[in-house]
Each structure stands twice: as C-alpha cells, then as structure tokens.
Design a protein. Sequence first.
Lengths: 442, 281
Amino acid sequence: MKKEMINTNQSSAVRVGFQSQYAWLLMIAITLFTFLPADVAWGHGERMHSPALRMRSIQFYDVTWEGAGDMKVGDQVTMEGMIYFPSKEYWPDTMKVPDVGYLQTSGPAAVFAKVESYIAETPMVQSGGLQLGSTYTFKIVMQARIPGKWHMHPTVQVTGSGPIVGPGEWTNVTGAMGDASISGFAGQAKEVVIDDLGSYSVGNIVGWHTVWFILGIVWLLYWVRRPSLLPRYRAINEGVDKHLLITGADKKMGVMMLVVTLVLVIGGALNADSTHNTVLPLQTGNVPLTPLEMEETNLVLKGIKSVYNVPKRTMSMEFSIENRGDKPVKVGEFATAGIRFVMAPATLGGAAGQALQDSITGYPEEYIREVLAVKDGNTSAILPGESRRITLVAADAVWEIQNLSEIVLSPVRRAGGLIFFFDEDGKRLREYIDVSTDVAFN
Amino acid sequence: MANSDAITQALNMSANEEKAYRFFDLIVIPIIVIVLGAAFHLHYMLTAGDWDFWVDWKDRLYWPMISSVSFVIFAAAVQGLLWKIIRMPIGMTTAAIGLIAMEWASRYVNFHMWAYFPLSEVWPATWIAAAIFVDCILLVTGSFLMTALFGAFFLPTIFVLSNYPMLAPFRIPTEVMGTEVTVADWVGFTFQRGGSPEYLRIIESAGMRVLGAETWFISCLFGGFLSIFIYMGWWGISGIAARPYSRANPFAAFMGGEEPDEKDDKITPDAYPLPISNDNK
C-alpha cells in the first residue's frame, strides 16, 4: 500500500507545490518559438564540403547550362562540360578511389526530372567505372517540374565518398506543377503507354491498398464490436470459460478471413503475372566509361607551395613551369572547386586573350573572378625551352563566400586546381597543381 | 457495438460497469492504433526504410527479407501482447494498419507534397494481408508455436504476393537512352534523390548465389526461416510487457516525496497491473 502511495502521490512534485508556478510561461514560450518564421534555405550544402577536398578532387570545367534562367514547367536545361579526375598521387587519401561513380545533379529534391545523362557519351542510367588521372565529358538534360527558383549543379556521386558538386546555375521556373510530364512506352512490344511517369499506376496502388485497409478494418471491427479491453482482461485473470473468449463463431470467421485473404493474395498475384508477361529484376549493371585521350601539353609544371592570407582573402600559388613545346604560352586561368580566377583577357592579348574571353562569356558571374595576377607582374609569354617560377595571386572575397577560406581550419592544408595556359594561337593547355598551403594572418 | 456480451455477463457486471468499460474501449482503442502505428512507423523506417521508400529499391533479394524481419519484430510483440492480456487475435493487423496509415501520411505529406517526389516512386508496400493471415492462423490454431511455423514462416511470401499486383507494372521493361531497364529503374533515374546514387541501392545484383535466378523463392524462404525465430523471440518479450515489473520511484525524495524504504525499493513482478480479484474489487 505504501508503495502505491510513493508511486502515485508522493513522487508527484506538482501536488506538493515544488514545481515553479511559472512553468506554464515556459511552455507557451516554447510553443510560440515553433511558429517563428523560417527563412527559405536556398542552398543545399554545396559550400560545406571540406575545401581541401573540393579543391583537390574532381574538377568541373567548361560547364554550360543551355536553357537555364527563366523557364516554364516542361522546359529543359542541358548541362554539359568536362570532369577532370586528378591522378592517383594527388587524389586525397581521405577519399576512396572513385572506381564507380554516378552522374546526377544537386538541387532541392525532385524539382527537375532527369531526362538524359551521359559521361563520355555513355548513357548513365546506371553507375559507371571511372579512372583517376582521366578527363570525361558529361551531359545532363533536366526538365523543369516544379515552379520556383532553383539552383542546379552537376554532381558526380563517388562510391564510398559521396557527392562532389560542380558549379551551379540559377533557374526561375514558372507555371504549374502539372503543366508537363515525363512520358514514354513500356512493355516487351512497347504496348504500355505511360502518359505521366509520376502518376503511373498510382490508381492501381491506391486501389489495392484500399482493399487491404477495408479487409483489415473489417477484421478489427469484428473483434472490437464487443466489449474488449478490460472485460476480457478480467475474464482471463478471473478464469472465465475460455470458450467465451474465443467462440466457435470466431473460429469460423477466422477461417473465412483466411480463405478470403489467400484468394485475394494469390488471385491478385496470378492476375498481375498474366497481365505483365515480361517482368524483369531491377537493373544494376555498371557500365565501363572511356576517358578522353590525354592531351600532350609539352609543359612541365611543379607545384612549390601556396599561402592563404586571411585578412587579404588572397591565395598565392607558387610553381615552376618549363615550356618544352615549340610555342610561347601565357598563363590565363586558375580554376578550383568550380571557381574561375582569370586574368584580364587584354593582358594576354591576341588570340590567347580572345580564347580566354570566349571561355568566360556567358559563364555564371558568381563563379568568375577577373582578379588573377602574377606576383612580380611578369605576364610575358613563357618561351619554348624557358623555365620560370611563377606566383599566381588570386585576391577576392569569393574565397570566403564559397567557404574555401575554411582551409585555415582544415586538418589538411592543401590546395589544388587547374591552371590553364594559352599559346599564341589561342589553344588552351591544361595542367593540374596540388600544393601545401600555409596560412598568413597579416 | 454492444456494451454487453457473454463475458461481461459471466463477470456479473452491472450495466454501469459495462458502460464504463465500453467507454474506456472507445477512448483507448483508437489511441492504441495511432500510438502503435507511429512507434511502428519509426521502427520500420529506421530498419527497412529505403526498401519501402523507393520503388527502385523493392528488389527480389533484400526487400522481402529485410522487410519481414523488421515487420515481425514489432508485429509479433503486439500480437503476443494482445493475445496474452485480452485474448484477441488482432495484434498483427492492428500494428499493420497503424503502420501503413502512418506510411501513407508520411509519403503523401513529406515525400510528395514537401519534397515533390511523385507517388509512383514513393508508394508504401502493404503488410495488412500478411498480418491478417498470421492473426487468423493464431486464431484457428490457438498456438503460438503453430503460428510461428505456419504463420510467421509465410510472412515474406504473403508480403511479396500481396504487393505483387502493385509492383508488377513497375517491373516491365522500358528503354531509357537506348538501355533496357525496368520502369522502376526509370522512375528512380528520372526523379532523383540527392545523395542517393544508383550504385548506393542495396539491391540484388547478379552473383553466384542467385541459384537459377529463383531469387524471390529463396529470399522468401530464408526470410520466413528468420521470421520464425524472431517471431518466437518477440512473442516471448511481449510477455514482459503483458506482466510489467515495477519499482518504487527512487527519486521520489528529490521530487518532493518520501524516499522509499528498503522494503519498497525492490523490483517486483506483481506491482502493476494489480490482479483483479474479488479482494481487490
């Protein structure tokens, strides 16, 4: 008896007045807090990956978004470009080797439908085999589904490592959700017409779920139509005749439900099997992907070091370059993590300057910074046979905007990226750099 | 919805008593279905989530096995509990109806309305047919062992067969960019999930263990075999819930009450619920 009192009465602090009389204020405050307006989250975490990994893993470049901008539901945007995988010696130790990868986009959920995707012109319905030290072309065609302002990035999902996100472009989709759909054919002889893949067979699904819900509820109501919880609990504890708890009629009902259930289950399955005569398992085969042939640049680039200056928001990158080709070249661009730091095209002049200008025309402004400079001001061409030490300087707030300045706090202080040179004919030559990064605080 | 039946009459209940107990039924039973459904939904989504979320995860190998193992854990405990305390063979159906209702609510509101995934991609599988089947086996046999052997064993089989009419239209071939895949693959390709690439699907792949491609049969057989033992284990565990143990609140003194004495500070098997006998009336 005393135990009961302890459990029910004396343990209740409320009853003996120990609880603050203002506790209800706290409860109201917490409740109201949940109604505070929440701002729209426009991003989807693309800037939150470690800068050491974003700068030193997959490099997207020459990305174009045809059809982006103002769109209507049903309009398509085509993303194309190049994906460069650094070679094994530069690939971050903390990331798994990307043997298998999958091409998709990063963006807010399924607001776009993926219509086509290719790596190296190979359809990427399934994952594909990738190789380090290789360059691949990619193409993704997306169809707008949901009205809104959406940011869309090409993304390579790498097995064991996760998504590596490329640069994104804004789209402003207008219209209504049902204005367009994805349609096609299915079946062995393409006899099934799919008008809208998003609502395909939903009526059938809802129908079968309804059948089973009705049958389940009939079964429950059969039992709970009679006094249920406490009378039956008492009956068990007080030894009432067990035939009152489960009667002969109950057993007959059980047999009938069993028969109805089995007839529906087996009949439904047989009917589905005969209706759909070709039923396949889900497809999982990976496809091999052939990279582009390596382009000989006749340049030998050796990274020396880099320094990130925190207050000046500046990355300085020092390297040596030897021109073993037969044409003079000029440095024009340093690209990393989707950000392009470029020289003023006029600095390169001639065909080289024009080629650089062409490559940045139409590129999203948020990823282009025309701030690249050479530390000693020597922007002259590197002549055939010449070796030179160059320190590139990229000073811009974009280091902080894109969270790349977080390299300061990274356990791996290394920076990487692509350096583009241009010869006098405007031909672009690509080299990869990966160097340790010091941090300067003044 | 009667207030009186042979049981209340055998217990010599007064009309007021019957009415009060019936009122208790009407209040508590809906709460049981909703609370069990919510708890079961949480459990099922954490353990068999992706196989149930996405149409292109409902494969022949893992989907029947993992879904059955996850389902039978909770459903067997609820069935055991309701059988032991009120002798009603409705536990598994109650759990299944609660689960599927919660799944539909989640898929429609969260997946479809909020995240824009089409229903053709995120429809839930049904468990109600399999649950009715096992409940009926329990009723007809009256034996938990027979229910384990002839009910739980067939859980994955009934599960697959009852969902097959919904799944089959998604397993017919189609062509996407010149590659033949199933409609389910096409749906997964088209309405993409962030961070959930194709290679990440844990589904059947062509392997040496496929044994003549009879994957459905093997996975249902093995899933049923596992379900027998898990069913027996959780039926047993439900016995603990049917006869809960309790102890005096050791923190009572900190909450304004009295510290329990040594005699009360013991875990006792019969403290709650109090056995209802004539002495306690």
